[in-house]
Design a protein around this ligand. Sequence first.
Ligand code: TRP
Length: 328
Amino acid sequence: MKKRVLSGMQPSGRLHIGNLVGALQNWVRLQDEYECYYFVADWHALTSQYADTSMIRDYVEDLIMNWLSAGLDPERSTIFIQSHVPEHAVLHVLLSMITPLGWLERVPTYKEKQFEMKDKDLNTYGFLGYPLLQSADILIYKANYVPVGIDQVSHLELTREICRRFNNFYGRVFPEPEALLTEFPKVTGLDGRKMSKSYNNCIYLSDPPEVVEQKIRTMTTDPQRIRRTDPGEPEKSPVFQLHKIFSSKAEQDEVAEGCRTARIGCIDCKKVLIKNIFRVLEPIWQKRNSLKERPEVLREVISSGAERARRVASETIDEVVRAIRLYT
Ligand code: TRP
């Protein structure tokens, strides 16, 4: 029996190359070894975007489109949208009965996100329950491993605590899930800060080739390298940070040496990066274009994914209801 992997992404923006190398490529690899469940956490997006839901639909579609384009395989993985599996909400409400408020209030992201998103009123019941909804997402599939970034570790800890508490009260229903920490250097954005939609410094998977090329061509470089003849310091250029992710060691050494000796200009260096990023994105663009021509494929993936997910989720709910000894 293969172990189960589950992970989700919020549809809170378009997918960028930081998400690709930081998470998605890892999800694709995990398919070889595990039974995988990957879903779009649209209810989670609502916890902070409830006042303006206008973009959520587009982002859901962008996510699934890019997942398929980057190699998630609906034959091997169950790909679905959270809100299409209402059993998540059933488990959420049942888990809420045994969740001490203090456990939720102490999750560090609760205060952090409220502070970061000061423009939004996050003093809501739904927002406090964010990590518990995540626990329901994970436990309902009895997932063994949850590939996530370091920012999600506290949510996994809560999930494990809720899991133990449930099993103590009602008997062992859930296996304790473990985080699979995705170790990857933060991808630098166009301006040298971490690539993030809130900084407007991203290369999106949905950017057409000319836009990707234009974005790289206009990136800032070492600010002290003003004239072509000035020597530069690669470590001070965000272009070089991207080379570290997308270019071979030999190419990195080559552009670094060329920069320090002013043998090559910034445009020469960027051309190498463009070539290498295109090499990664081209197969994704190709797949995406063919999917665009056949929208029924996406519809079918989404509906058969929901069906498969619901079969598993509703079995767990049956088991949970029996464990709690509700009248059936
Ligand atoms: N909170 C996760 C994030 O923002 C998204 C998410 C929701 C998730 N439910 C999940 C991730 C369950 C893993 C497992 O990235």
